[in-house]
Write a protein that binds this ligand. Structure first.
Ligand SMILES: Nc1ncnc2c1ncn2[C@@H]1O[C@H](COP(=O)(O)OP(=O)(O)OP(=O)(O)O)[C@@H](O)[C@H]1O
Length: 295
């Protein structure tokens, strides 16, 4: 069973899953570096204004403006290719050619002080196939919390992180022999070794069966409630939207909505977030047509 008991505080975030700023081609400004800024005392987890990202010849994110509040689960939803991973990479500081304002925990995205405060789990699991689950976790725990005196604490944290993602019975299995979903959960366990204030999870439930998906969402809610952590979770499965406190709905590099699931349903007169999404897509298309004909 998934261990959903509240966890005691744990040391920082594993470097293996934390963003490394690319920096050089970014011109991101910050609204929170000046002492007079309104957000300085208790800045939101993420604040973006006029955020644009170029990949290759295309602008894949265009003029995004949104705020991710702390201590909640924000779902980043939209169809494949709409720019969810790109936005997450910008937030953790690994995406080049980012312009506009992008503040994360009160600092410009990619700022060195954010490295231990953000946990990032990519779509492709970052695990060593020739190590067992426990050896993978031991390795990252040793980077995170080094030294002989910390050995017992490391052992406890590793055991707890493995239980969190329901892999206790596979602790001694080689990561290379696990299924895709199990390897993703090893990656998630690595991120859970630390006490990240912001957990950025890129499609963590892809390929998982419904029971495991439900258990992982229970775990996400536990992490938000017991640690006060902020979770930004991407998915292209609209039924997962209902499990989030807030939603960022994206389509083709633009933000269609930044609201709660309930407010979205109410505003669009829809029964589900999926219907609300389709309504917003139709609305955006109609607005684009009107703009085109009035030129
Ligand atoms: N390395 C790259 N170079 C150029 N364009 C890229 C690159 N990687 C992604 N893109 C483009 O950027 C856009 C956004 O891709 P992104 O991976 O962020 O989408 P996504 O919403 O996360 O998709 P998915 O749900 O399939 O993972 C896509 O149109 C994609 O083709």
């Amino acid at each position: 069973m998934m261990n959903n008991a509240p966890d005691p505080p744990r040391p920082g975030t594993p470097t293996g899953t934390t963003g490394t700023p690319t920096g050089t081609t970014n011109t991101v400004t910050s609204t929170t570096t000046e002492p007079t800024a309104t957000h300085t005392k208790n800045p939101p987890a993420v604040h973006a204004e006029d955020l644009t990202v170029t990949r290759g010849p295309r602008k894949v994110l265009r003029n995004l403006a949104f705020t991710v509040p702390r201590g909640q689960i924000t779902g980043l939803l939209g169809p494949s290719g709409c720019g969810k991973s790109t936005l997450m990479r910008a937030i953790v500081g690994t995406q080049a050619k980012v312009t506009g304002t992008l503040d994360v925990l009160g600092h410009p995205a990619g700022h060195p002080t954010l490295r231990t405060r953000i946990g990032y789990v990519t779509q492709a699991p970052s695990v060593y196939d020739d190590l067992t689950v426990r050896q993978n976790l031991d390795y990252f725990a040793a980077i995170l919390d080094p030294g002989r005196p910390a050995a017992d604490r490391r052992h406890d944290n590793v055991t707890r992180a493995i239980a969190d993602v329901d892999l206790t019975t596979h602790a001694d299995a080689l990561a290379g022999n696990l299924s895709g979903g199990q390897r993703s959960r090893v990656s998630l366990a690595v991120a859970l070794l630390g006490t990240p204030e912001l957990l950025v999870l890129d499609e963590p439930t892809v390929g998982l069966d419904p029971v495991l998906r439900r258990d992982l969402w229970t775990l996400f809610h536990d992490i938000a409630a017991s640690r006060g952590a902020t979770l930004l979770v991407s998915s292209h499965v609209m039924d997962e939207a209902e499990r989030c406190h807030r939603l960022l709905l994206m389509r083709e590099g633009e933000l269609l909505a930044d609201d709660t699931p309930e407010a979205l349903r109410t505003r669009t007169g829809a029964d589900t977030v999926e219907e609300a999404f389709l309504h917003l897509v139709d609305e955006a298309k109609a607005a684009a047509r009107t703009k085109e004909t009035t030129r």
